[in-house]
Design a protein around this ligand. Structure first.
Ligand SMILES: Nc1ncnc2c1ncn2[C@@H]1O[C@H](COP(=O)(O)OP(=O)(O)OP(=O)(O)O)[C@@H](O)[C@H]1O
Length: 596
């Protein structure tokens, strides 16, 4: 029965080789590994093959089942909100969570002096970073009296040294309770192929159940907390990208106290025109009016004039007056290409001011100068209003040709800018303000109505403006004077006592509250008469100062700079004005000669 005789060794070897081949196909390197074990450790893997296969299959089944269950849970039993780093919601949430009680108990956290530690900007996101707050503390009723500057300053400096630490959740998963419901936050780094990505994070906020309303509530609350902290401050954003090669985004860079419009010295009519124009544009009926007529709802302004004459200040004051956010973009950045510019403009909110400063230096001025001259008849040159005479199609046709021949390898071209300002896909609802020191260098196409609807010329300071600047520096303003604070304090105390119903014991005719009120009234009266006297005195000094400083020769910035050197001594400012004028003239002359 030789035929039936079986050699277990050869049989096993036979099974082994076929199975090894099969396993080799499934697990590359299996044959080598099993031979290695057999030769050096005398372990025959084929003996354990069945167990191994069962183990692998079991493992795979468990993995699959867990994955399936996890997917099922995620899909049907859990709701999740994804928050991306480049969106402002990330700031809202991090700010909010850093102030939650559970962050004091968690054992895994990121410690930092900013709640959003990823931000490269010097964002004054925390209340503690707000310089207005320091000033406010100094003004606080009672704080000025009996507190010397040295004491106050020591307090501020010590607080600056010990910036409060903010704690935010670290990478990974965190469970916390919100309104008696468990929520899970996952902070995750996204892997990126970019070498320069320092931090590319996402947050995933989940709750049990398919009803995600609790997540919306959390995020709304976070937004409210973040926005409330800003109060009436003007929020400034900057076009920015986190890393080379990354996408451009608007990054919040600071929140500043609004600048009162009255502090911008400009021809009152021009100032009013600008403000009225914006007001009219923002009116809801105007939006409807535009849309009924198929006109794109956009408004553009050009503020032009020498440096330091108040262009940026006016724009900033307007943003504060209308409570609009200010979006700054530097067109000079070589890294900014046309696609990025278009994407930035497409992300603008419905109502905001976009400020493009010094457009004449953005390298887009010469791009079409020659071409426009070609299109324009020679005898039309220099006449105002000729810009509109250029047929639109001709201009646009030229743009394409010209761009093809002059497009730079980096930076933006004029056509790119024109497209985002009023191309078919251009954003609506925003107010565009461009500033320029040399409007004559700007291309006519950039200035045509629809792109620039109102131009405001800023010039050197006139005699009235010099007087106004002088008055604005030396005139007492709200909060300047401790007297105002004292009167305010007394009045507040009176109100508090009134609310608390505090009164002097029986037998006394007048309540303490009444006494305080009368004291506050008399202090206020004295303060008002002091202000009246001061106003009269400052007006006389302002005229004197304006008679020394020649009109239409210096910028407001130059005059303001000089007056700031004599901040509390107007008489000294007048005394030194003649010498200052002479010195500044010499300086300017020397600069001009150097430039020639
Ligand atoms: N018309 C003005 N009224 C009040 N302050 C002014 C005026 N012009 C300039 N200043 C002061 O001068 C400084 C510079 O002003 P601002 O930045 O607005 O000038 P600008 O015209 O935008 O200058 P640039 O062209 O260099 O950007 C600010 O501190 C501002 O307070």
């Amino acid at each position: 029965m030789e035929f039936n005789h079986t050699n277990p060794q050869s049989d096993r070897a036979g099974i082994s080789s076929s199975e090894t081949a099969m396993l080799e196909a499934l697990i590359p390197g299996y044959a080598l590994f099993s031979r290695f074990l057999l030769s050096y450790l005398q372990i025959d893997l084929t003996v354990y093959l069945q167990q191994l296969v069962v183990l692998v299959v079991f493992g795979a089944a468990i993995k699959y089942t867990v994955g399936y269950i996890s997917d099922f849970v995620k899909e049907y039993l859990v709701s999740t909100a994804e928050i991306r780093l480049d969106d402002e919601t990330f700031n809202y949430f991090m700010y909010w969570i850093s102030r939650q009680p559970h962050m004091r108990r968690t054992n895994r956290f990121v410690a930092g002096v900013k709640s959003n530690g990823y931000c490269s900007e010097s964002e004054d996101s925390d209340d503690d970073d707000n310089p207005d707050k320091d000033a406010g503390e100094w003004d606080e009723p009672g704080s000025t009296e009996g507190v010397s500057f040295d004491e106050y300053w020591a307090k501020v400096i010590s607080r600056d040294k010990y910036k409060p630490l903010r704690f935010t959740p670290s990478q990974g998963r965190h469970i916390f309770w919100y309104k008696n419901r468990p929520l899970m936050l996952e902070r995750r780094h996204q892997t990126s192929s970019h070498r320069y990505v320092l931090n590319n994070e996402r947050l995933y906020l989940s709750c049990l159940g398919r009803d995600a309303s609790i997540l919306r509530t959390v995020l709304n609350e976070a937004q409210q907390a973040y926005v409330q902290r800003d109060g009436n401050r003007t929020i400034i954003y900057r076009g920015h990208r986190y890393y080379s090669g990354g996408s451009w985004n608007w990054t919040r860079c600071m929140a500043r106290s609004p600048r009162p419009l009255s502090t911008v010295v400009l021809d009152p009519e021009q100032k009013q025109d600008f403000i009225d124009d914006i007001k009219e544009y923002l009116h809801p009926r105007t939006r409807r009016w535009y849309s009924n007529r198929g006109i794109p709802y956009r408004r553009g302004y050009l503020l032009h004039g020498p440096p330091g004459t108040g262009k940026t200040s006016l724009c900033f004051a307007a943003a504060g007056l209308f409570g609009l956010k200010l979006y700054l973009l530097n067109l000079n950045s070589r890294a900014l290409d046309e696609d990025s510019l278009a994407s930035l403009f497409s992300e603008l909110p419905n109502r905001c001011i976009v400020l493009l400063e010094d457009v004449d230096t953005a390298g887009i001025t010469q791009t079409r100068g020659k071409t426009i001259a070609d299109v324009k008849p020679k005898d039309d040159e220099g006449e105002e209003g000729d810009i509109e005479e250029i047929p639109e199609e001709a201009v646009d046709a030229v743009v394409v040709d010209e761009v093809a021949s002059t497009a730079k390898p980096d930076g933006i071209t004029l056509s790119g800018l024109l497209n985002v300002i009023d191309g078919v896909a251009a954003s609506e609802g925003r107010i565009l303000v461009m500033t320029s020191n040399h409007p004559e260098k700007l291309d006519a196409a950039l200035l045509r109505p629809g792109r620039v609807d109102l131009s405001i010329a800023f010039g050197y300071t006139s005699q009235e403006a010099i007087e106004e600047l002088f008055t604005s520096i030396y005139m007492a303003m709200d909060g300047d004077s401790p007297r105002t604070s004292a009167a305010q304090r007394l009045s507040n105390e009176h109100a508090k006592l009134k609310i608390a119903g505090v009164s002097i014991p029986n037998g006394h005719k007048r309540t303490k509250s009444q006494e305080l009120l009368e004291k506050a009234k008399s202090e206020e009266k004295a303060h008002q008469s002091y202000l009246k006297e001061l106003r009269l005195r400052i007006n006389i000094l302002a005229k004197e100062f304006a008679s020394i400083v020649p009109p239409d020769e210096f910028t407001a910035a130059e005059i303001q700079g000089y007056l700031l050197n004599h901040k509390s001594t107007p008489e000294a400012a007048i005394k030194g004005a003649g010498t200052w004028v002479h010195a500044l003239r010499e300086k300017k002359k020397a600069r001009e000669e150097k430039n020639v």
